[in-house]
Design a protein. Structure first.
Length: 165
């Protein structure tokens, strides 16, 4: 219903220092260099993600924050080189390169809460996954290599075209 109605607007950017706390750097060491530019994301994906953010806040009281959206092929390759614990997708093999994926976390008391050891955050990630599925997004928390903050809008042929290049 929301996907066909109003056009939601991305929230204002957070100050860079909230992405450099010890907790954030322990979980996502290179995140200060990540793109949080909403305009680089696919328009349909952006609206779906904003609906998720809105419902998380309205239904469950979780304020969401974009950690990383669009990712250049070069950044993806650098992350891939760090090993399978970071990403299992090489350059052009992630929906991030097509503006169809985002990594998100929670914003509470002026800080990003990203830790999977935090029971409050883990409850939020479960809710995030449920709502994301309701709006047609794929949640990384269901994968073998669980990526709780990740969602993507899968489109047929996007990654297979890239593999053929």
């Amino acid at each position: 219903m929301l996907l066909e109605g109003e056009q939601l607007v991305p929230p204002p950017p957070l100050p860079p220092e909230v992405f450099t706390t010890r907790e954030v750097e322990m979980v996502r060491p290179d995140v200060i260099h990540a793109s949080r530019n909403w305009s680089l994301l696919d328009a349909e994906f952006t609206q779906r993600l904003l609906v998720v953010f809105k419902l998380m806040k309205e239904r469950h009281g979780y304020e969401m924050v974009l950690i990383e959206g669009y990712r250049s092929p070069e950044r993806q390759a650098r992350l891939f080189e760090q090993g399978g614990h970071v990403t299992q997708a090489g350059a052009n093999m992630s929906y991030h390169q097509y503006g169809l994926a985002a990594d998100s976390a929670f914003f509470k008391d002026g800080k990003i809460v990203i830790s999977e050891r935090d029971p409050w955050a883990m409850r939020g990630y479960q809710l995030y996954g449920e709502i994301a599925a309701q709006v047609g997004l794929t949640w990384g928390g269901n994968w073998k290599m669980q990526d709780y903050g990740h969602v993507e809008l899968r489109r047929p042929g996007v990654l297979t075209r890239a593999a053929g290049q």
